[in-house]
Ligand binder design. Structure first.
Ligand SMILES: Nc1nc2c(c(=O)[nH]1)N[C@H]1C(S)=C(S)[C@@H](COP(=O)(O)OP(=O)(O)OC[C@H]3O[C@@H](n4cnc5c(N)ncnc54)[C@H](O)[C@@H]3O)O[C@H]1N2
Ligand code: MOO
Length: 417
């Protein structure tokens, strides 16, 4: 199967919305085909290639939800009047020794199987114990305090769908369903480099007119958090020959992500370099920051050229490139759903683009959280991403924000998931 259609990333040059971009990734990019069988305990963060099917019912047998006594609901009147005789005791993990007959109860503990004949469990707090007899002090509905066999899932049911990126709670469900192993897609191989003659490796001495490469470590960490095998190709100069050679050497990756050099400056050579060794398309987004994005294919690798400004990198990486990553990884993914917050600031703006503001949240715990806008604007202000809690998304038609307005907020944790 071909990973990309020939014109996978082609488009007419009009401004795109993020939703349009994500829809194109979903429909035009094929997931990596190779799969591997993994021990459940090694599968956190991996993407399921096959659904997990219940090898047992969950729970596998009807059991007690509380510490107490198993009884027959038909004996309820007797249980509250004369009481019932306790004839056995069953711990979790034990098989019941005998059935519960008329006028009888069995002492049992949370997780223990219900003995035959019993259909209801009363909590030990609701009985008075008198020798080998118990008397019930409250009413009970039939089946109370029982967890019936298959209540959660029947044998053979799908418990986790293919495409799920496994989280700790998914692993718990797979374990409960009896799965010792899962079939996952292989990890994506992601290569990352920065471009720009002005860039210097962090920690090295800085000469005049140079600045440290902030983007590469952010992109590498983003991909690694998503479970990719990352290759750091370093900082490359604004030299089309060098860039083309590096791109050609990186074709064994699923995704090549770069930053810088995609706009219209004299030293913006990334697009030309990709065109030499593969195919390139240029997408312009109606968003701020992050308007320019170069997308292409080099053999079986997808190429993503992010803009140079670090905040634009963060926005395009988490809101756009994330969708391409998901499509390649075979992952069912949707952008995080924004939560309502209330503005404490005033702002007027030109309509036409979706704008992402960095905001901090405060609040007294009553009502919606209050969003305070970061004091300094600008797509180069890295600390605007570290001293805030997430992004507010202003729709393209919005021309003003006033204190008290409701805004759509997505926390950083959700953007990085
Ligand atoms: N005439 C125009 N100029 C620019 C436009 C435009 O539409 N017309 N768009 C601006 C916007 S918006 C952005 S974003 C940038 C994108 O340009 P590039 O992708 O070519 O990025 P560079 O020019 O290489 O860098 C932009 C800026 O970011 C700094 N940078 C680059 N890489 C890193 C890095 N790894 N770590 C830290 N900082 C980095 C770079 O020094 C520049 O200051 O173009 C605008 N110009
Ligand atoms: O897209 Mo530029 O994206 O604002 O810094």
């Amino acid at each position: 199967m071909s990973e990309f259609s020939d014109d996978c990333f082609a488009h007419g040059g009009a401004l795109l919305s993020i939703d349009e971009a994500l829809a194109r990734f979903r429909t035009r990019v094929a997931p990596v085909a190779e799969t591997e069988t993994l021990a459940l305990f090694a599968a956190d963060g991996r993407v399921l290639a096959e659904p997990v099917v219940a090898a047992v019912a969950i729970p596998p047998f009807t059991n007690a939800a509380v510490d107490g006594y198993a009884l027959r609901h038909a004996d309820l009147a007797l249980a509250t009047a004369d009481g019932l005789r306790v004839v056995d005791r069953v711990q979790a993990g034990e098989a019941p020794g005998r059935a519960v007959g008329p006028g009888e109860a069995v002492r049992l503990f949370t997780g223990a199987p219900l003995p035959a004949g019993a259909d209801t469990v009363c909590m030990q707090e609701d009985v008075v114990v008198d020798g080998d007899r118990i008397r019930l002090s409250s009413h009970l509905r039939p089946g109370a305090n029982c967890r019936p066999v298959g209540e959660e899932r029947q044998l053979g049911a799908i418990v986790l769908p293919a495409g799920r990126r496994l989280r700790p709670q998914d692993l718990a469900l797979a374990a409960a369903a009896g799965a010792g192993h899962v079939v996952a897609r292989r990890r994506l191989r992601v290569a990352v480099f920065s471009t720009g003659d002005e860039l210097v490796e962090p920690g090295r001495p800085l000469a005049a007119a140079r600045l440290y490469d902030a983007n590469r470590v952010m992109i590498l960490a983003w991909a690694a958090r998503l479970g990719a095998q990352v290759d750091d190709l370093g900082i490359l100069p604004d030299d089309p020959e060098v860039l083309a050679a590096a791109l050609a050497a990186a074709v064994d990756h699923d995704l090549i992500v770069t930053s810088g050099g995609v706009s219209a400056g004299d030293a913006d050579h990334v697009k030309a370099a990709v065109a030499r060794v593969g195919r390139i398309d240029f997408w312009r987004f109606a968003i701020k920051p992050g308007k320019p994005l170069a997308l292409g294919t080099i053999g079986t690798a997808a190429f993503v050229g992010l803009p140079g400004n670090p905040v634009a990198v963060f926005v395009t990486l988490t809101r756009i490139a994330r969708g391409l990553f998901a499509a390649r990884a075979g992952e069912t993914w949707a952008p995080p759903i924004p939560l309502p917050v209330v503005a404490d600031f005033t702002m007027s703006r030109k309509p036409g683009r979706t704008e992402f503001l960095r905001v901090s949240l405060t609040g007294d715990g009553e009502g919606l959280p209050i969003a305070r806008r970061y004091a300094v604007d600008g797509a180069g202000i890295v600390s605007s991403l570290t001293e805030t809690d997430g992004l507010v998304e202003l729709g393209p038609d919005l021309t003003a924000v006033a204190p008290g307005d409701r805004l759509a907020f997505v926390p950083f944790a959700a953007l990085l998931g």
